[in-house]
Write a protein that binds this ligand. Structure first.
Ligand code: SF4
Length: 371
């Protein structure tokens, strides 16, 4: 079982907090970019030979911003050259204001069966301040179009001038749509080099502790609406996990294509360049666009496995660990477990981080990575 990630690096404009590989001024390069993307998919197909593809994910950037024929072409190619499971989860990230009925028809024909919609806030003034291209009404229109589809919605915590009451209002608007089965709540991170970082330096953003309080209240609110937290930032109605992301957290294999995309196959991690020009040049010349590649040593593999699985509410099953590494988890991680005993829930079957410490997991996970 494996997943495929396709990176679409085009957006209509740049949000003030964004440091993703997305380039609003480069949309003129879409034609050549997709030609290269198709070539890369064909060239890397052998890496997943004999493996069943369970998930395909179009992320970005804004995949719904480009002409839908490109998405259609990529998926048709994937169906032709990979062994895609008939019940595969095929997700497309969408920004309100960039989807319409015609695009949706093409997506449907292509086989997209799940949408991830970037709302962030239901407050139009907040959306304007962070330079999102949409307003709340655009979101409602997009949700009306997607009413028959399994949909996930992104909401941000700690946006400028927002308190818990704003997040609460956003969540209450989102859960009104019955097709919303999954909600991701990410805390705003002011990344260096973004306009948001200037706000952070000027002390205009909430402190980490204030955002943590908003997070705690949001978790409770989502629970009331039947959205269970299964990873620190991800919540869903029963059974509606993001299968694509679960594969990452289970340390499953995946192929990433396009700029900045990472892959993990046959115990090798490799990542493409984040430059569209370098990517196009490499692929057109018949070279790889990879700028990083490493074989993961067994000790690192164990650390990664522990770190990824502990991020989820499922934690680690000792029997699964034994099956994968032919080794005893409790022995391998004896000191990491001892150091963090008060934060962990442990029994004969497995170990996980206690619910109340999931948000501050990073300090716990460090001991498991460097065990
Ligand atoms: S829509 Fe997403 S990828 Fe595009 S600029 Fe905004 S945050 Fe970045």
């Amino acid at each position: 079982m494996a997943g495929i990630y396709i990176h679409i690096p085009f957006c209509k404009s740049k949000c003030t907090y964004c440091d993703f590989a997305s380039f609003p001024k480069e949309i003129g390069k879409a034609e050549v970019y997709f030609a290269c993307l198709y070539k890369e998919i064909k060239g890397k197909a052998h890496l997943l030979k004999g493996k069943k593809i369970n998930t395909v994910y179009f992320g970005g950037g804004t995949p719904s911003f480009v002409e839908p024929k490109y998405i259609y072409g990529a998926l048709k190619l994937i169906y032709t050259i990979f062994d895609v499971d008939k019940n595969a989860e095929i997700t497309l990230e969408v920004n309100p204001g960039t989807i319409d009925e015609n695009k949706l028809k093409v997506y449907k024909n292509a086989g997209i069966n799940r949408f991830s919609v970037g709302l962030q806030s239901a407050n139009d003034e907040t959306l304007r301040v962070v330079n999102r291209i949409h307003n709340f009404n655009d979101f409602k229109k997009a949700m009306e179009l997607l009413k028959d589809y399994n949909t996930s919605v992104d909401v941000m915590l700690g946006l400028p001038n927002e308190e818990y009451e704003d997040v609460e209002k956003t969540i209450k608007e989102v859960v009104k749509f019955s097709n919303v089965k999954h909600i991701s709540c990410y805390a705003l991170k002011a990344e260096e080099g973004t306009p948001m970082f200037t706000k952070y330096l000027n002390g205009e953003l909430l402190s980490e502790d204030e955002v943590a309080d908003i997070y705690d209240d949001t978790v409770k609110l989502l629970k009331e609406y039947g959205f269970d937290r299964y990873e620190v930032s991800n919540f869903c109605k029963e059974g509606y996990y993001s299968r694509h992301n679960l594969n990452y957290w289970k340390r499953g294999e995946y192929l990433g294509v396009g700029i900045g995309a990472s892959s993990f196959i046959n115990n090798r991690r490799f990542t493409n360049t984040e430059s569209i020009d370098d990517y196009v040049k490499a692929i057109l010349s018949g070279f790889t666009a990879e700028v990083f590649s490493e074989e993961v040593e067994e000790k690192d593999a164990k650390g990664e496995y522990a770190m990824l699985n502990l991020r989820t509410k499922f934690g680690i099953e000792f029997s699964e660990y034994k099956k994968i590494f032919n080794s005893d988890f409790k022995k391998d991680f004896e000191s990491a477990i001892k150091n963090n005993l008060s934060y962990l829930e442990i029994d004969d079957k497995g170990v996980k981080i206690k619910d109340e410490y999931l948000y501050v997991q990073n300090t716990i996970l460090v001991d498991f990575i460097d065990f």
